[in-house]
Design a protein around this ligand. Structure first.
Ligand code: NOJ
Length: 515
């Protein structure tokens, strides 16, 4: 007869073995990634944008931006939240730069608020206090050895340009953008060596002119129900003006500033990866169309000088045409491509089938519907952004696409990040294991892509700190730093500590365990 005590010891021993085995398996599954898998001069940074962090929306001579006006109609955003104060970075930037130093990042991607520098666009004067603010940021970052990676336009424009001539829908915007870019090159270009002209023309035009949920809220059925707009045409027109604005600003930079200042310039697009929904030719074509209509739409003109032929085939004359001179200006107008990558979708063919309306609640461009699950099986863990799931291999695939379509073009991952599905409270808010896992897995996929030849030069986590997430307000939290909305106190989440550790320790895969 076995003694109860012996039985207990036996069970304890068994549990211990099981625990060790499970832990071992987990560790095997875990992606191993460390700093030494990336070149020494690889940039590790964090990103934000002006409207999302600065606040001080009417201080020191700043003019009203489209977002100031739009978010002051509370029905336009979740809980009527706006960026009037945001993270109060305008006043707390010195503290924030200390935190960047703590993180050990070698670059910080920020954007310049157009209406802080030019409150009335080209119809008024430069605001010296706005210039001073960015000078202070840039100088203090450089003192700490952190390189500024500056986006000239990240969604916010002076409202006056909207009121006068309909902003991006008008070619007049090209002149305004070039004027703004010139002021930026003149005032900051002696110290800023990495420029992005425009952030995500593909996403901005989609929300502003296709679904009509961003200012100026223009759209038509079935994409959205706005009082004015044309969802088929206007996104294409607005993006056309953005691309030409970019090309003209780059020409100016290359002729008047680059020879002396020696910087580089690129443009950032959002790039999801797409997987075929079924294993037939139609799904593969849907993947091809998704890439063409969402990504190559923006990048092809910059590299090849014109829109993707596949888009022209399907859209015909609705797709604006570049003049010969514009094509010349556009072709090769980037020193690098900036890629914001977050997630992956299944692409469902809608050109040869009419089942699509059943699959997706929002129509997309390119006769494609998107799905996030197949046969009831989701692609990955759901995040806090509807439709965004954690699919690390998408990073590798999206980069393969670029390596093939734009060989020898340098790439920066200008955004990649995780927002939890629920707004977390208490200590959970800081113990963001899932964010750490996300970055590890996506970085491992990035390292794989680079091993296979992707020319990636840097990686920026979105975001440095929780901030104002456009329509969603403050409950969508992407930050490595948590921001207390009442006190504005920033607190490092575990992910901030992990990122610091990752950047500083070349060989270790990470000391912050996710168990
Ligand atoms: C991309 C945009 O550039 C940024 O402003 C936004 O907050 C993130 N995506 C997360 O949605």
């Amino acid at each position: 007869m076995v003694q109860p005590k012996t039985l207990l010891i036996f069970f304890l021993f068994l549990s211990l073995l099981l625990f060790i085995e499970t832990k071992h398996n987990h560790e095997e599954e875990e992606e191993v990634v460390n700093r030494s898998m990336f070149p020494d001069d690889f940039i590790f940074g964090v990103s934000t944008s002006a409207y999302q962090v600065e606040g001080a929306y009417l201080e020191d001579g700043k003019g009203l931006s489209n977002w100031d006006v739009f978010t002051h109609l509370p029905a336009n955003t979740v809980r009527g939240q706006n960026g009037d104060v945001a993270d109060d970075h305008y006043h707390l930037y010195m503290e924030d730069i200390d935190k960047l130093e703590y993180l050990g990042v070698n670059a910080y991607r920020l954007s310049i608020s157009w209406s802080r520098i030019l409150p009335r666009g080209r119809f008024g004067e430069v605001n010296p206090k706005g210039v001073l603010f960015y000078n202070n940021i840039i100088d203090n970052m450089l003192l700490k050895g952190i390189e500024p990676f500056v986006t000239i336009n990240h969604f916010d424009i002076p409202q006056e340009l909207e009121d006068r001539y309909g902003s991006w829908l008008s070619p007049q915007m090209q002149e305004d953008f070039v004027h703004f870019a010139k002021v930026c090159f003149e005032k900051f270009g002696d110290r800023v060596k990495k420029w992005v002209t425009i952030n995500e023309p593909n996403i901005y035009t989609q929300f502003a002119y296709m679904y009509g949920t961003f200012s100026p809220m223009r759209c038509s059925l079935p994409f959205g129900n706005c009082s004015a707009g044309n969802s088929d045409l206007e996104p294409l027109i607005a993006a056309h003006n953005m691309l030409i604005s970019h090309a003209k600003a780059v020409k100016l930079y290359r002729e008047q500033f680059q020879p002396k200042q020696g910087g580089i310039v690129g443009l950032v697009a959002n790039a999801f990866h797409y997987e075929p929904y079924t294993d037939d030719i139609f799904s593969y074509q849907a993947v091809e169309r998704s890439y063409a209509f969402n990504v190559a739409w923006i990048f092809d003109p910059l590299i090849h000088g014109d829109y993707p032929p596949l888009m022209r085939k399907y859209v015909g004359n609705d797709l604006p045409k570049f003049s010969k001179q514009e094509k010349k200006l556009l072709k090769g107008s980037v020193d690098f491509l900036g890629v914001n990558h977050y997630t992956t979708f299944y692409a469902i063919d809608c050109f040869n089938s009419d089942e699509c309306t059943l699959m997706d609640n929002r129509p997309n461009r390119g006769f494609v519907a998107r799905a996030i699950a197949r046969d009831g099986i989701p692609m990955g863990d759901q995040t806090g952004v509807s439709g965004f799931q954690v699919v690390p291999h998408g990073m590798e695939k999206v980069l393969n696409y670029f390596s093939m379509r734009y060989p020898n073009t340098s790439i920066y991952i200008t955004e990649n990040g995780y927002c939890p599905p629920n707004h977390l409270e208490g200590s959970e808010m800081l113990h963001d294991f899932k964010r750490i896992e996300f970055h590890k897995a996506y970085l491992a996929a990035l390292a794989n892509a680079m091993r296979k030849g992707a020319k990636v030069k840097g990686y920026f986590a979105w975001s440095f700190m929780d901030n104002y997430e456009w329509l969603k307000g403050y409950n969508t939290t992407f930050g490595l730093y948590y921001v207390d909305r009442r006190t504005m106190q920033r607190k490092a989440r575990l992910s901030a500590k992990w990122y610091k550790d990752f950047i500083e320790n070349a060989e270790k895969s990470s000391t912050i365990s996710t168990f």
